[in-house]
Design a protein. Structure first.
Length: 352
């Protein structure tokens, strides 16, 4: 398949009259898959009402079929057609955070969405993205759009059109390039079907942000305890893995440098994932600052691009700084834990 590539400046007025948007939307209506930017990461969209279209997403990504997709909408009228009811807590969240990086789980209406979109569940995950290109293309297509991240399954999510191209060129109908995404990690997923909302996946909207609006929320226990079965099917899969094994480093700069030196002494090409503050202190083959420790949102923004850069540099092992589990740091650490397959190295354990 020849993959079309359209560039559109996301800041132009009257996007819906752009031929690129019309062409992308026409392909979506025709049950083809098209990638487009959102404010979190690039999404791989398809008509959520069509089994044929949804099947193409799983095939292009190589995604396991028990991992349901998030349905993207452009206005609230679209939501009412998809869900059985809108609980009060969900209404408050929508009012506060939509359009934005928050996905809400609802009870679905029967016989509306393609079964492949919800992977046979009674619930559906819905979000209204805060990105002019995403909203324009969904509106123009006139159907709800199922869209997971536009990467091959298991690879870091794409935060630029070139990442989508690396993974999916030849496998999808087109890519709309609207520049780099903002948040950089996937949306927060919250289940509002229970009385107390349950956070299934941490993301750009933090627990603290939600609690300011709805009162108490809880994390799905599976987020902290790898042996629990997650409520969100996708959370059990290994994700975001760079090619080289990665370790989360909990210790002083001097100790981390000693670990780097030991790996280099074995002839390994070492990558160090660090921050603008710490980068000057490390000596390794590839030292990449991933945002600033003073601004965890900047770490989230750069994370996936940095993981892909380590792949391009062919490093053989990656050591990573770690971050506080606070605010957006929870989402950053969740993604780093997955990228590292939960491998930690701790200074106290290493030196008795
Ligand atoms: P992605 O589309 O790759 O960003 O992943 C979507 C995430 O939302 C995955 O972790 C899915 O398992 C999760 N998800 C989608 N639909 C549901 C649902 N109905 N209930 C729980 N989790 C869901
Ligand atoms: Mg994904």
């Amino acid at each position: 398949m020849i993959t079309k590539y359209w560039h559109v400046d996301k800041d132009v007025d009257d996007l819906k009259s752009y031929p690129q948007i019309k062409e992308a939307a026409a392909l979506l209506k025709n049950n083809e898959v098209v990638a487009f930017p959102t404010e979190t990461v690039y999404g791989l969209g398809a008509n959520a009402l069509s089994e044929e279209a949804a099947a193409k997403i799983y095939e292009a990504k190589g995604r396991p079929s028990d991992n349901p997709l998030i349905v993207h909408i452009a206005d609230q009228a679209q939501l009412e057609k998809l869900v059985a009811d809108i609980p009060l807590q969900a209404q408050k969240m929508m009012q506060a955070f939509w359009p934005g990086p928050l996905t809400i789980i609802f009870q679905k209406k029967d016989h509306v969405l393609a079964d492949k979109v919800t992977a046979g569940l009674e619930t559906v995950a819905v979000r209204m993205p805060n990105h002019p290109l995403a909203l324009a293309v969904i509106r123009e297509a006139g159907v709800p759009i199922a869209a997971p991240s536009a990467n091959r399954s298991g690879k870091p999510s794409p935060t630029a059109a070139k990442h989508v191209w690396q993974d999916l060129e030849g496998r999808i109908a087109g890519v709309l390039d609207g520049g780099e995404t903002g948040v950089g990690v996937e949306s927060t997923v919250v289940d509002c079907t229970a009385e107390v909302p349950v956070i299934l996946r941490p993301g750009g909207i933090t627990k603290e942000d939600m609690e300011a609006v709805v009162g108490k929320t809880v994390f799905d226990p599976a987020l902290k305890n790898a042996s629990e079965r997650p409520k969100s099917p996708g959370m059990k899969y290994k994700h975001y893995a760079p090619n080289a094994p990665m370790y989360l480093m909990d210790g002083s700069r001097q100790w981390i440098q000693a670990q780097i030196d030991a790996a280099r002494a074995q002839g390994k090409k070492v990558g160090m994932l660090t921050t603008t503050e710490e980068a000057p202190f490390y000596r390794a083959e590839v030292v990449i600052p991933c945002g600033s420790r003073k601004n965890l949102a900047s770490v989230a923004h750069s994370l996936y691009d940095v993981l892909r850069t380590f792949n391009e540099a062919d490093v053989e092992v990656i050591f990573s700084e770690t971050f506080p589990y606070e605010g957006v740091g929870v989402a950053v650490m969740n993604r780093l834990e997955k990228a590292a397959a939960h491998r930690w190295r701790k200074e106290e354990e290493a030196s008795p």
